[in-house]
Design a protein around this ligand. Sequence first.
Ligand SMILES: Cc1cc2nc3c(=O)[nH]c(=O)nc-3n(C[C@H](O)[C@H](O)[C@H](O)COP(=O)(O)OP(=O)(O)OC[C@H]3O[C@@H](n4cnc5c(N)ncnc54)[C@H](O)[C@@H]3O)c2cc1C
Ligand SMILES: NC(=O)c1ccc[n+]([C@@H]2O[C@H](COP(=O)([O-])OP(=O)(O)OC[C@H]3O[C@@H](n4cnc5c(N)ncnc54)[C@H](O)[C@@H]3O)[C@@H](O)[C@H]2O)c1
Length: 480
Amino acid sequence: MTRTVEDEHAYDVVVIGAGPVGENVVDRVRAGGLTAAIVEGELIGGECSYWACMPSKALLRPAIARSDARKVAGLRESVYGPLDAMEVLAHRDEVVGHWKDDGQVDWLDSIGVRAYRGHGRLHGPRRVEVAGPEGERHVLTARHAVAVCTGTRPLLPELPGLPAAHPWTSREATSSDRVPERLVVVGGGVVGVEMATAWQALGSKVTLLVRGGGLLPRMEPFLGEHVAAALTTRGVDVRTGVAVSAVVRDGGTGPVTVVLEGGDHVEGDEVLFATGRKPRTEDIGLETVGLTPGSWLDVDDTLRVTGSDWLYAVGDVNHRALMTHQGKYQARIAGAAIAARARGDASLDTGRWGAHAATADHAAVTQVVFSDPEAAAVGLTLAEAERAGHRVRAVDLDMRSVAGAGLYAQGYRGHARMVVDLDREVVLGAAFVGPGIGELLHSATIAVTGEVPIARLWHAVPAYPTLSEAWLRLLEAYRG
Ligand SMILES: Cc1cc2nc3c(=O)[nH]c(=O)nc-3n(C[C@H](O)[C@H](O)[C@H](O)COP(=O)(O)OP(=O)(O)OC[C@H]3O[C@@H](n4cnc5c(N)ncnc54)[C@H](O)[C@@H]3O)c2cc1C
Ligand SMILES: NC(=O)c1ccc[n+]([C@@H]2O[C@H](COP(=O)([O-])OP(=O)(O)OC[C@H]3O[C@@H](n4cnc5c(N)ncnc54)[C@H](O)[C@@H]3O)[C@@H](O)[C@H]2O)c1
């Protein structure tokens, strides 16, 4: 039965979108002494919890653990067999709470934040309307700020036959309850690489179609080269420099044919399009506050939308760094800035590395790609540092020269790079690829964020024999 309940409530802060970022915004503004409400149209916890980070990592963990174990003498033989795909999928279902958000609802209750179920839209300055699932309507007004944290959805290219072929997007690739015999993956970015790794390990025959020259194009090129070589060794058909021109699936079910420019084609039982994201801003009332529906939202370093004194855009939706940890960092900064402005606080500190400025978005974005081998990076690549006008030197290291690498895995293959600002003698960026390398990243993040002088890093002694001795070798190479 459809009913209309119209009520109006005022809060200090109203947040649209209860993904990891929206949740952290309300947490921080509550900690700053403000009242807050949050609006969610699907599941509280957002894309990350149910169709992105968490399920993808649950699928990848057994693949990576098995691969590492197969490189250890005395253990290799015990892990020779295939993964139990059904067990892995069942564990993935546990990790995502069977796509139920009760736990997150309890948490919001516990911090005193009211959650409104439904689609949120701006309706003029400081006003949000919520259209609930049963036709009810709530009007929320914000005394201090509205934060748009609506995230992204998959961006599909306009190709003949694509909608009718019912392609997988990241949602199906992370929630499928069966393993397709043949999976075609289009896109060599992070989603394409991680999902090709997972489904190949779970038993699919994977073809990875990449239009550029290599994988993971936003990172140092050697990361993608190592990952591509390893995927190929494991049986993935990695094709670079190819463009998809059409997709054919008669009747929308059964085998799917991916047609390439030049006439070649690839057959699969499913096709995943991992071709990027677009902002979820097409239907959130942006036009009522002078902004363009469907656009990414430009913000300053306090995450406030350009030209506004009350509207914030935090997380994926502002296109600064599309990762959960970066979005949560922004949420901490935005929450503190909103609370400080609400107090009329003269201590608002928006300078570089200030308490109310998301400086790391420019200088120290971190990412771990859970491929096999893992790829990880922080800060600037060599090319980015040069483009930015820094006088830099890149120091490279074959990870085989690190004693801990040989112990971690026989036949260890990996590589590390540190990009040094020669004028200030600080690290601007670092990148690593190799088994177990993801956990090494935070040491690099501290070096980059702290702008620790190389002369002081020389005194940061990595324990022997760990992978962290990569730092020792990099510094030795730099100092000559
Ligand atoms: C396959 C995959 C794997 C990933 N793995 C990782 C990883 O390992 N590590 C990592 O750091 N990042 C990862 N990411 C990126 C990560 O998922 C995003 O950066 C993160 O989810 C962004 O959080 P968010 O809160 O900004 O947006 P989202 O998580 O997208 O949440 C937005 C929320 O807003 C809601 N919403 C939208 N519009 C409205 C509206 N009008 N009214 C009400 N509610 C609305 C949505 O329903 C959603 O719940 C991955 C992404 C993908 C696709
Ligand atoms: N571990 C992690 O941190 C993690 C994991 C998954 C996703 N994410 C984040 O989620 C976001 C989305 O990831 P993504 O991989 O979907 O996007 P992406 O932008 O990283 O990669 C998309 C790739 O698809 C290619 N592409 C675009 N259109 C194409 C076409 N028509 N044909 C062939 N290739 C095409 C692009 O060249 C690009 O390389 C990223 O910003 C990523 O950082 C993070």
